[in-house]
Design a binder for this molecule. Structure first.
Ligand SMILES: [Mg+2]
Length: 227
């Protein structure tokens, strides 16, 4: 097999896609921690800050952190707020059962497994999710953009992911993701093969034509074997 490494996006790829009302989520986060009259304003400020930071990611490919989000929103970041935030997101973090099988398959064949996620969350949170779901030990290297300056599709994000799984030839890497622009266009720009697993809410990007399209992660092994 002419593949040394498979690098995965996280949300909507290793986790099943969920349509999430993020504004409502922020309200649920804030509700226990602020007087009733302040909840709506705090939630709106946090939501607006998050939108602004994701917009900077889309247009300038700049990364951000959850702490920057709170700072931009003018809301003091407390452990209690972060705990509530993680709690409301938890239902959306569970690893696709097909991913568990797939990562085991790749490990058995000596194909390195990487993760490259556009995320504001710290590494600890992601590691804990993977540990809970029994896959942390199957991941050879991961890059969370909260730890670097750029987000996908910036080439440096993909370079960091290759370094994390200790591969040097992008032509022997496969990138699997659900976003045509961030994932497919980004990985193609550095010379990786790309597999798109499309989701309904993700904006199209016509210039990005993946090497393959799959409907579920279980379709990946036969594809890799054909390469
Ligand atoms: Mg995704």
């Amino acid at each position: 097999m002419a593949v040394d490494a498979v690098i995965f996006d996280w949300g909507g790829t290793l986790t099943p896609w969920h349509s999430i009302n993020v504004e409502q989520l922020w309200w649920t986060v804030c509700e226990p921690h602020f007087p009733a009259a302040e909840v709506a304003d705090r939630a709106a400020a946090l939501h607006a800050a998050e939108q602004d930071l994701w917009q900077a990611g889309r247009t300038e490919h700049r990364s951000a952190t959850i702490s920057q989000l709170f700072e931009l929103a003018g809301v003091r970041q407390t452990e209690a707020l972060l705990t509530s935030y993680q709690g409301v997101w938890e239902p959306h973090t569970f690893t696709d059962p097909e991913a568990v099988v797939l990562l085991g398959y790749l490990r058995e064949r000596g194909i390195r497994v990487g993760v490259l996620s556009n995320t504001m969350w710290p590494r600890d949170w992601h590691d804990e999710v993977f540990r809970r779901d029994g896959v942390l030990h199957l991941i050879d290297g991961s890059v969370y953009t909260s730890e670097i300056d750029w987000v996908k599709p910036h080439p440096d994000a993909f370079g960091a992911a290759m370094a994390a799984v200790r591969v040097t030839d992008p032509g022997r890497c496969v990138f699997v993701g659900d976003r045509p622009y961030d994932d497919v266009h980004g990985a193609q720009s550095v010379g990786m093969r790309t597999v798109l697993m499309p989701n309904s809410d993700v904006p199209p990007y016509a210039e990005a034509v993946p090497d393959a399209i799959i409907g579920s992660l279980a379709e990946l092994p036969p594809l890799l074997e054909s390469w």
